[in-house]
Design a binder for this molecule. Structure first.
Ligand SMILES: Cc1cc2nc3c(=O)[nH]c(=O)nc-3n(C[C@H](O)[C@H](O)[C@H](O)COP(=O)(O)O)c2cc1C
Length: 214
């Protein structure tokens, strides 16, 4: 075991989180924390870990970017044929995790991922820089490729072919909406006695709020 890891330790003491102050709606609570993250210039506040699992329970996690949220849920984009796309096709249960370290906060979301409609994916695809649109077209995300040159050659070839013409969104690329079932807000506190408030969706559409032990 390396000796220069276990001594890394940080005390959390910036803020607290209480039942009295939170919104009864977790999306509005997320919005409050999101605004705090933007105001505090949290680095890449929109970067979140997306955890998926295959139908036999093999987990996998990676970072994706949050591209929108509303009462309906949380949206990200990617390749539907990627590894995450395959796992979500087998098993739509997913978890999202934000770590806003500057605020000593974590938000965990558990929900069901669904593809968003083509019109919404088209709109976002075409709002991206042209090079990113081309990148999505040429990259068979998560597949084994020969080498870096193969990728660069593909990019160059498609760039030449498409030059000047509008790029159609490939049907294997688009958005997912994660519809939340559970959302937990975590605020770091002193002595590792952190505040954790968990919202669970009830059958009648309301949310139950419970405090979890840290
Ligand atoms: C900061 C950051 C942002 C990323 N954003 C996305 C994204 O929005 N969508 C995406 O598909 N991959 C994104 N990636 C790449 C993924 O982490 C991952 O490598 C890719 O989606 C393939 O994952 P998979 O093989 O599990 O499908 C991002 C990576 C980083 C580090």
């Amino acid at each position: 075991m390396s000796n220069n890891v276990s001594h890394i330790r940080k005390e959390y003491s910036l803020q607290s989180l209480s039942e009295k102050e939170v919104d009864i709606n977790p999306i509005l609570q997320f919005e409050n924390w999101w605004q705090d993250a933007i105001r505090s210039e949290v680095d890449e506040a929109n970067a979140m870990t997306l955890a998926t699992a295959s139908s036999n329970g093999l987990p996998s996690a990676r970072i994706v970017l949050l591209k929108g949220f509303s009462e309906k849920g949380f949206v990200f984009f990617g390749n539907y044929e990627s590894y995450k796309g395959q796992q979500l096709a087998e098993n739509p249960r997913a978890s999202l995790l934000f770590f806003w370290k500057e605020l000593q906060r974590q938000v965990r979301i558990v929900g069901i991922a669904k593809k968003i409609c083509d019109e919404e994916s088209d709109a976002y695809f075409h709002s991206r820089p042209l090079a990113s649109q081309l990148g999505a077209c040429v990259s068979p995300q998560s597949r084994v490729i020969e080498n870096r040159k193969w990728l660069d050659d593909q990019f160059e070839e498609v760039s030449k072919k498409m030059s000047g013409s509008a790029i159609a969104r490939p049907n294997y690329w688009g958005g997912y909406l994660v519809q939340p079932i559970v959302i937990e807000f975590w605020q770091g506190r002193i002595n590792r006695l952190h505040d954790r408030l968990q919202y669970t969706l009830q059958e009648n559409g309301s949310w139950k709020i419970e405090r979890l032990a840290p």
